[in-house]
Design a binder for this molecule. Structure first.
Ligand SMILES: Cc1cc2nc3c(=O)[nH]c(=O)nc-3n(C[C@H](O)[C@H](O)[C@H](O)COP(=O)(O)OP(=O)(O)OC[C@H]3O[C@@H](n4cnc5c(N)ncnc54)[C@H](O)[C@@H]3O)c2cc1C
Length: 459
């Protein structure tokens, strides 16, 4: 019986496991996961921390018993620590009993994800919390529930830090959001990020930018204050809302190539550079089809799709066929919600275009989220970019109180397919007063870009 070994039991790993087992019931599918859960929604951790989700089990899409009933073996609390790609063997250790053993494989999938790297700051090891696994989310929630937390500091004003800061405020905790960068959300241009900063402040988050944490202090094992290069904050909890670094210890031991972005190099079929070793999810690089370069993009949407592609191709290979499915790449689409504001982006930022030497034109404007005569027309800030002279849509950013989170998917499709602003301005998009204006805001942007680029038809 051919054997597939998967390291990492979340989005990418379990998507692949499920596909292979369904397509090839005769393949022995074995998963090792060092945490206590499988297929959990990390994206739901801020809502669990806020107390809006009661139990961690509610964030688990499928438990190990369900996988077992499908014929997939999952070893929880088991860490893969070594790999021999010649002998096709992975060394694992049971985290509860310390037992070491070897797991053979015919094909190996690395779905090890990413994790923030601990910062070398005094007090970090004792008092710093991260929220990159459900076990860590549980630990933070337990801490907030048991220690009378009135004030907390969140470090990192990207989407994870902002979501956690909001969840703390919802629990009645005073949250200070700290970032060494001069803006929140560096995945937006500074002018668009300024709207998000305002929303956070209006919601009650104490936003501190251009400020660096230097020490966490505590007594009797409980954090008491955070020291920065500009001051000291009382805090009974410190949460690192930082992005992760791909978990590549095993891949390095296997000799897999790591790209300049810090992610594993994989081909469109999700094969690494080592025979028999595949990878998917937060640990790999993806091709950015707009920028024309490779990026390590850590999002669940890609992890699930890449896991599925890997599973499809692994099923083919394990049945003696050629892998034929290909991951088409990414355009940098992301959404989040902060307070009542939706934040959405796709494609290039101005800084990306400048760095890549791309000639572009950009428009920024604001408009109503719904028809102006509705009770609450809402507000949306839009920024849109097109290539010069081609008019190809290169990127869009939207921040607003209307449904921009799904609207951005239209711009993402334009970016992916190379649609121009001339084409975009007249495409058949939906309209009814509760959802927007007769001219969708993205089409208003396209029209403005047509004019700015001197293209035709100028409507
Ligand atoms: C707070 C938060 C909110 C998020 N919100 C969103 C969102 O709204 N939208 C979105 O698209 N994405 C979101 N994400 C990102 C998304 O959760 C990840 O992109 C996705 O989980 C990645 O899936 P993965 O399978 O590649 O890696 P992971 O989910 O990180 O899973 C990797 C697994 O591998 C295990 N592992 C690693 N090394 C070993 C080893 N040596 N041995 C055994 N096991 C190992 C880890 O324990 C882990 O369970 C969010 C992330 C966080 C932290």
């Amino acid at each position: 019986m051919p054997r597939l070994l998967i390291v990492g039991g979340d989005a990418a790993g379990m998507s692949a496991a499920t596909h292979v087992k369904r397509a090839c019931p005769d393949v022995d599918v074995v998963v090792v996961e060092r945490g206590s859960y499988t297929s959990y929604a990390m994206c739901g951790i801020p809502y669990y921390v806020a107390g809006e989700v009661d139990e961690p089990a509610q964030l688990v899409a499928k438990a190990p018993e369900e996988f077992a009933s499908m014929g997939i073996t999952v070893h929880l609390r088991t860490e893969a620590v070594d790999v021999d790609p010649e002998g096709r063997m992975v060394g694992v250790i049971g985290l509860d009993d310390g037992e070491e053993r070897s797991e053979p494989y015919d094909q190996l999938l690395l779905a090890t994800g990413a994790h923030p790297v601990p910062q070398p700051i005094p007090g970090m090891a004792e008092y710093g919390n991260v929220v990159h696994t459900l076990d860590e989310g549980e630990r933070l929630r337990r801490h907030l529930d048991t220690v009378a937390t009135k004030q907390a500091v969140v470090v990192g004003a990207g989407y994870i830090g902002m979501e956690i800061a909001e969840s703390l405020v919802r629990r009645g905790i005073k949250a200070t959001l700290l970032d060494r960068s001069p803006q929140v959300m560096r995945s937006l241009d500074p002018d668009m990020a300024a709207h998000v900063e305002r929303a956070l402040i209006e919601f009650g988050v104490d936003v501190r930018l251009d400020e660096r944490m230097t020490e966490i202090r505590g007594t009797d094992g409980v954090c008491t204050e955070v020291v920065t290069d500009k001051g000291t904050f009382e805090a009974q909890a410190v949460i690192m809302g930082l992005g992760g670094k791909p978990n590549l210890e095993l891949a390095e031991k296997a000799g897999c190539e790591i790209g300049p972005s810090g992610g594993l190099v994989v081909d469109p079929q999700m094969r690494t550079t080592v025979a028999g070793v595949w990878a998917a999810g937060d640990c790999v690089e993806s091709v950015d089809v707009v920028a024309g370069l490779r990026r390590n993009v850590q999002l669940g949407t890609h992890a699930n799709k890449q896991g599925k592609i890997a599973g499809y191709n692994l099923a083919a290979v394990l049945s003696g066929n050629q892998p034929s499915a290909a991951f088409p790449g990414v355009v940098g689409t992301a959404v989040t919600k902060v307070c009542n504001w939706q934040i959405a982006r796709t494609g290039l930022l101005e800084s990306d275009a400048l760095e890549a030497g791309v000639e572009y034109e950009v428009v920024s404007f604001e408009g109503n989220a719904r028809a102006g005569y509705m009770d609450d027309p809402g507000r949306v800030y839009v920024k849109m970019m097109a290539g010069r002279p081609t008019g190809r849509v290169l990127g869009a950013q939207m921040v607003g109180t209307g449904n921009v989170a799904k609207r951005i998917d239209v711009a993402a499709t334009w970016c992916h397919l190379g649609v121009t602003v001339q084409e975009a301005q007249l495409l058949d998009l939906s309209y009814a007063p509760p959802f927007g204006g007769v001219w969708d805001l993205l089409q208003v942007g396209a029209r403005k870009l047509v004019a700015k680029l001197g293209l035709q038809p100028l409507l």
